[in-house]
Write a protein that binds this ligand. Structure first.
Ligand code: RIB
Length: 307
């Protein structure tokens, strides 16, 4: 059987984004300058980024049987994303509080996974065919860790290429790494996983070496405005950022990178080329507001790569 497309396990939440000069301190109320609501959740954002980048995507999650859950399914239909996303009558769809700093577009987030927080190993077994048939499988850590671990194991055993985006940062058993062809932390996640303080490309290289020793195939550490490090036994390269205009909102930049990277790998690009595609995807996404809605289409990314 020919493997194709990208399967992604993760969560969908409603993003509630508040723009203000600063965050309130405890006990304080401040006036913000704008509010917006839209689709979010790292896995879901990655699914949108990968689909817009031209991949056939199946998204595996759990939703609530509520308005947010219905909105998620309508969005996947519009984006051409296939789903394994049962609606749980007993738990509501999750939500994220996103603080956006007016001056910089930087963000701070609290996310509650809701129904997707109940994704269990049994749910992963039920979606095993989707994972086995995909060319690429990708997940993060917003749903429970045992689900991520089992899904990566199923994928690896089936010869599906695995991408593990360990976000948000968590303490992990090293057993997970042997199932990972690619691990894609940002600087703070890489520091948490390795104990190496990551501030630049050189320190990222040290952290990436620790992850290689744990059994990972290749490491990509994203470093915000400093670009990213692509690191494997035979090769260690700095991938630049693709500045595409004024930064409006950095939320979801990592998801853009991962979604673009996965889509490029799925169509057979070599991993370094795919990392450039991911970086350009992220570079465009930060010039637009929102997370999933900010993801660019394949032709936009290819145009940016040509410049
Ligand atoms: O990576 C950005 C995402 O993290 C947001 O969409 C928010 O929902 C949180 O999950």
């Amino acid at each position: 059987m020919t493997k194709s497309g990208v399967a992604i396990l993760g969560i969908y939440v409603a993003d509630l984004a508040f723009r203000a000069a600063r965050q309130p301190v405890m006990g304080e109320t401040i006036l913000g300058s704008s509010f917006s609501m839209g689709p979010g959740g790292k896995g879901s954002n990655q699914a949108v980024a990968a689909a817009r980048a031209g991949a056939a995507v199946t998204f595996i999650t759990k939703l609530g049987k509520d308005n947010f859950g219905d909105a998620a399914l309508a969005m996947y239909a519009k984006e051409g994303i296939t789903t394994r996303a049962p609606q749980d009558p007993n738990n509501s769809t999750g939500a994220a509080y996103i603080f956006l700093e007016e001056k910089t577009g930087s963000n701070a987030i609290i996310v509650v996974a809701g129904a997707a927080g109940t994704i269990a190993v049994d749910d992963i077994e039920a979606a095993g065919d989707v994972i086995r048939n995909a060319k690429i499988f990708m997940t993060q850590l917003e749903q429970p860790i045992p689900a991520a671990l089992r899904a990566l194991e199923i994928a690896k055993q089936a010869g599906t290429i695995t991408i593990f985006n360990p976000a948000p940062a968590a303490t992990l058993d090293d057993a997970i790494y042997k199932f990972c062809d690619y691990v894609t932390p940002n600087e703070s996640e890489a520091a948490m996983l390795t104990g190496v303080s990551v501030t630049d490309i050189e320190s990222a290289r040290k952290a990436a070496d620790v992850l290689l020793k744990k059994g990972v195939g290749a490491v990509i550490i994203t470093l915000g405005a400093q670009g990213s490090l692509f690191h494997r036994q035979t090769q260690s390269l700095h991938i630049p950022i693709y500045n595409s205009g004024a930064v409006v909102d950095t939320t979801g930049a990592g998801d853009a990178f991962n979604g673009g990277f996965a889509a490029a790998l799925a169509r057979g690009e070599d991993p370094v080329q795919a990392a450039h595609f991911g970086s350009a995807t992220a570079g465009i996404s930060v010039t637009r507001a929102g997370t999933a809605p900010s993801m660019p289409y394949k032709n936009e990314v290819l145009e940016r790569l040509k410049k």
